[in-house]
Structures are given as C-alpha cells and as structure tokens.
Write a protein that binds this ligand. Structure first.
Ligand code: BEZ
Ligand code: FE
Length: 298
C-alpha cells in the first residue's frame, strides 16, 4: 500500500515530532503549517526533557482548563499567563523594534478603555479628589527633535490604592484617572492626576496560584499608561514608571525598561508653588516622548 506525504509511518518516541508534523503536509495555510511545525518540535522536545508522569500531564491539562474557565468578557486569564511568562513582552519587543532615539513600548494591559473623554491640556483626570496631586508634563518630538502637534495621548492609571476605575465600579467615578489629550503645535502635554501606587495583577485565579507556587509576587510597580497616536507616526503603547517603587526591579509582567523611568519631583518651596499658582505641595512628573515615523506598508 502506498502512503502520501501526510502518512509518514507510525508514531515512535524517537520520531514523534516528525510524524506529527508530516501529517500536516496538506495544510492550506502555509503560515499555520510553519507555526504548528515549530510548536510541535518545541513541545515534543520539552515533553522529552520533562518526562512527565501521567498525573503531572493531567495536572497541566487541569491548569489550562481552569485558565480557560476563568476567562470572561472582562477577564483574560490566558493573556495574564502570557504576561507572567514574559511572552507578552517578547511579542511586544519583536513587533516594536525602535530606531535609536525613539521611545520604547511596553505592554498594553487589560485596563485600557477605548473611549475615554477628550480633555483640555492642563485638566485634572482625577475625578474623586483622592490621592496626592501630581502634575504630568512633557513634550512629544520626532526623531529629529522637532515637536509633534496633533498627537492624541490616551492616558490611564490606577489610583493611590492601586485600583483602576473599572475594578471599582460604583466606588470610583466612571473614567476616573483616564483621559485623552491632543498636543498643539509646540508638542507639549500637561495634565493633573494623582501619584499612582503599585498594585497586583488579578491574582485570584490559576495564574495567581501559579505565581505563589513559584515564589513570585503579583505586583506591578507604580506606572502611568500612555497610547500616543498621530498621523505619519507609529502608534506608541507604553508606560512611565516611578523609579522609587519597591517593585521596580521585579515587575510581575516584565514591563519595566530603563528608558521609561520618569522623574518624580516634590514641589513644595514657596517660590515653586507661587510659580505654579498652587497653595499645597504636589508631585511633578516630567517625561518626553519621541515617535518613530510610520513604517512603510504599516
Ligand atoms: C496593567 O498595567 O494594567 C497590567 C498589565 C499586565 C497585566 C495586568 C495589568
Ligand atoms: Fe497598569
């Protein structure tokens, strides 16, 4: 009896990956066939190195089952798994290789809301008056150093207790600590917010349990999220971080980069308060962004 290219012999331990990969020879989608071949090769190599007991394999299946069962419209446990494995940051790195001088990207995270209100420059995105006041400001430039006007900055952050508005519906006002701002011709941006705090990624599911079993904490160091979008430039999804945060060297999702550290300065002298037209001390955070031009074909 003759065999086709998809019928390359019976399964053996030695040839396990090759037998499975050859079965996909008739795949219509060449990219799918390539991805499945690579995955099959690495997965079989891992199983051969681990030599799991059947009980261990079943435990792995249970973990993946619980991960799927934890997903809902507002909870994506598989993305969290990808985050704590460093895969989200790796996919981000591969897709956002930046030219020298351009601002670096980092993870989007699950708490972005697409339709945050547009606000005037200088507005306060803190709607409940809680937390330590913080002025955030900087300039958006291109690679040549020229200011970029017409940039929409979409910003969001957790409050001073480490919660996003969407995690505390009814407790925080809707759209608390979120807003969109458009730069003018001078490329500058400025808004008021509150100093954010570190917080745990959602850790009441199987991914949180895995972190605990691995002796890892679930915390992300204090940060502000930004998406910067402008015609003619690549959209930049990034954060700025508080360099003094206790978790700055151990972000649960590996999102920290040296270049994303902001400067937090306490403004308290009578002279500076007068210049700012404020009575009480506040934090001033300054961070500039550099956008790369839109890539060809993007
Ligand atoms: C965040 O920064 O909002 C985030 C990122 C990854 C996982 C969980 C939260
Ligand atoms: Fe966040």
């Amino acid at each position: 009896m003759t065999t086709t290219s998809a019928e390359q012999g019976y399964f053996t331990e030695d040839q396990s990956a090759e037998v499975v990969i050859s079965r996909n020879a008739n795949a219509e989608n060449a990219r799918l066939a390539e991805v499945m071949a690579i995955l099959t090769r690495h997965l079989h190599a891992a199983v051969k190195e681990i030599e799991p007991t059947e009980a261990e394999w079943f435990r792995a299946i249970q973990f993946l089952t619980e991960t799927g069962q934890t997903c809902s419209d507002w909870r994506q446990e598989y993305i969290l798994l990808s985050d704590i494995l460093g895969v989200s940051m790796l996919v981000d790195a591969i897709n956002n290789r930046k030219p020298a001088g351009a601002s670096e990207s980092t993870v989007l995270g699950p708490f972005h809301v697409a339709d945050a209100p547009f606000m005037d420059m200088g507005a306060d995105i803190c709607l409940d008056g809680k937390g330590e006041a913080m002025e955030v400001r900087g300039t958006v430039r291109d690679l040549a150093g020229a200011p970029v006007g017409g940039v929409v900055l979409d910003v969001w952050q957790a409050n001073d207790e480490g919660f996003y508005d969407v995690q505390q519906k009814g407790l925080q006002p809707d759209f608390n600590l979120r807003g969109r701002f458009r730069t003018g011709a001078d490329g500058t941006y400025r808004f008021w917010a509150v100093r954010p705090r570190f917080y745990p990624i959602p850790d009441d599911g199987p991914v949180g349990k895995l972190l605990r079993q691995l002796g890892r904490h679930p915390f992300r160091p204090a940060h502000l999220h930004y998406i910067l979008a402008a015609d003619g430039f690549e959209t930049l999804t990034t954060h700025i971080f508080d360099p003094d945060d206790p978790y700055i060297h151990s972000d649960a999702v590996f999102g920290v980069k040296e270049s994303l550290m902001a400067t937090f300065r306490k403004i308290a002298s009578a002279q500076e308060l007068e210049a700012a037209g404020r009575d009480d001390w506040f934090w001033r955070v300054e961070h500039d962004f550099v956008l790369e031009p839109a890539r060809a074909g993007a």
